[in-house]
Design a protein around this ligand. Sequence first.
Ligand code: BDR
Ligand code: CA
Length: 307
Amino acid sequence: MQKKIPVIFDTDPGIDDSVALAMALFSEELDVKLITTVAGNVGIDNVTSNTLKLLEFFGRTTPVARGAASPLKRKLEDASWVHGSFGLGEYDFPEPRTQVIEKNAVEAIRDILKNSEEKISIIATGPLTNIAAFILTYPKLKNKIDKLIFMGGSLDGVGNKTPYAEFNIGVDPEAADIIFKSGLELVMCPMEMGHTAYFNKRDIARIKVTNYVGAMFEVLFRTYKDNHVKNGAATHDSCTASYLIEPKIFKTKRAYVTVEIIDTVKTGIVVCDFSKKSRDIYNMSVCTKINVVKFKKLFFTIMGNID
Ligand code: BDR
Ligand code: CA
């Protein structure tokens, strides 16, 4: 068997984050070393407690570090209207018995990277606040990051937080700006992926009967609202995680990607310049297509790994 890919998972659960986390934890390809939480879909207390609840539910003991309580320069505008007031819909999880580690997200990421002999990848399924704060604090450790795969932006400049801004980028555009200019190896998984590879009603009926995790997801999906997916559940964050597990599911293109940070009606819009004239300044790979059949096959294979 191939060596597992070491990864740090930065997240704001969040309904689709929960599915992504399960995919990362139960996949045979990834070794999740650390989970860091970030204010986004709901506030930091709730996303952190949701992460602990999910881990206990999954029977896992991966360390969890609490991250940023608000974006770098703005007040948090959450997405509780999408994920429910606590962030995990109506599912009645027991209160977590475990706790976060003492170090905050930035310090915990530093420790993991510093003590690792190999490079580590990061999957980010929330606003990029923690990762930007890490880059600002420990720029020299950038070279220990293999790649950063983040869910954010859109190919066509249409948003879900505002008419222009996708949620993760729109919540903390300054953090996204730092990341886009960081020189890290970046992969962007834009909104179109999760809207194309959404779970339809038939998928959800199948998910419900896979096992106890699938039954829980089905309850979460009853709450999940997405303007683009009326009858089913968008898969934004699990598409993002699946890139690291099986990149061949996606078509990618190199691009020069920027984000609007000035306060206008378009704050948080992401612009992807694929033109050849920008070749010399391309700063990331952008997922432009997803193979829906292969993505769902991967998802159900991983669900089959759960006892
Ligand atoms: C992103 O925003 C959040 O609400 C989801 O969890 C996902 O990360 C989609 O725009
Ligand atoms: Ca998320």
